[in-house]
Write a protein that binds this ligand. Structure first.
Ligand SMILES: NC(=O)c1ccc[n+]([C@@H]2O[C@H](COP(=O)([O-])OP(=O)(O)OC[C@H]3O[C@@H](n4cnc5c(N)ncnc54)[C@H](O)[C@@H]3O)[C@@H](O)[C@H]2O)c1
Length: 281
């Protein structure tokens, strides 16, 4: 049963609304939370079974959703996705451009095919989704677009992934530019930048064993582990009218990792011995 009314009367699209494996992804978590807050959700995924799994949860809780199967790296599929929202629910208020994908290597290692794939998954998908969403939102009197960057979009991460990192940096800047271009249409554009989240996405690169999860947890000033649900709640907020005066923002959801430097976290990361870096003044 929907548990809140923060998105009552709103219609939302979530791209990549399914999840890989058993851990919730950010798309799945955001779709379920937005439905709980009263939004009707168009669940877009390339994989029907994954989308059905999310829809199942939403319907069991008394929420409303429909599935759209498409590939958001295709402009035509993005146009069809927006049209489907209007056809199913009469309008569009919220677009969560969640789909993103890997792109590995230092510049000396990048394969051309991987480069194009990563740029398409991370950037083209958000650009093309927004291209068709904006006119539909304008007809609804305005809207909220939420893009997904990453901690890797502001800092070099532990993975050497130039195509992924720079496309995520571009998504942050795209969000600011779109916020400026479409503010007068009453369309807000913001971005979430997840950190070391325990979720479906990073789990496919490196198996999240306990040791790795612990290291990622310790790297954050809060010292706690985040999940896709933490990202989902940030999306709910940015989608809601509570954020009606917020646009052009890149919101880290990362336990404070982006506020820290490597040496500031050194003692916490080495809490079982080793040299200490804290300096007494
Ligand atoms: N979890 C983290 O630690 C973390 C950190 C930083 C950024 N992110 C970002 O969060 C997003 C990951 O989302 P998630 O956790 O829901 O990921 P996920 O890997 O679980 O994928 C979600 C869904 O996207 C679908 N999908 C993949 N390609 C598609 C396409 N071309 N068209 C339509 N659907 C497609 C998949 O079938 C899957 O069901 C990415 O943008 C990622 O870069 C995650």
């Amino acid at each position: 049963m929907p548990s809140g009314q923060r998105l009552e009367g709103k219609v939302a699209i979530v791209t990549g609304a399914g999840t890989r494996g058993e851990i919730a992804g950010t798309g799945q978590a955001a779709a379920i939370l937005m439905a709980r807050e009263g939004a009707k959700i168009l669940l877009c995924d390339i994989d029907v079974e994954r989308a059905e799994e999310t829809l199942d949860v939403i319907e069991k809780e008394g929420g409303i959703g429909k599935i759209f199967i498409g590939d958001v790296t295709s402009e035509k599929d993005c146009e069809d996705m927006i049209n489907e929202s209007v056809k199913q629910f009469g309008k569009l208020d919220i677009l969560f451009n969640n789909v993103g994908g890997p792109g590995g290597g230092m510049v000396t290692e990048i394969e051309e095919e991987d480069w194009h794939r990563s740029i398409d998954l991370n950037m083209k998908s958000a650009v093309m989704g927004s291209k068709y969403a904006i006119p539909a939102m304008e007809k609804s009197g305005g809207g909220s677009i939420i893009n997904v960057s990453s901690i890797d979009g502001t800092q070099a991460g532990s993975t050497r992934n130039v195509p992924y990192s720079i496309s995520k940096a571009a998504i942050s800047h795209l969000s600011r530019i779109m916020a400026v271009h479409h503010g007068r249409q009453n369309i807000r554009v913001n971005c979430v930048a997840p950190g070391h989240v325990y979720g479906a996405f990073p789990n496919r690169f490196k198996k999240m064993d306990d040791e790795w999860r612990d290291l990622r947890r310790k790297a954050g000033p809060l010292g706690t582990e985040g999940t896709a649900w933490d990202v989902g709640w940030a999306v709910v907020y940015l989608a809601s009218d509570e954020a009606k005066w917020i646009t052009g923002v890149v919101l880290p959801v990362d336990a404070g990792v982006q506020a820290a430097s490597p040496l500031s976290m050194w003692d916490d990361l080495n809490d079982e011995g080793g040299p200490k870096t804290s300096i007494e003044y």
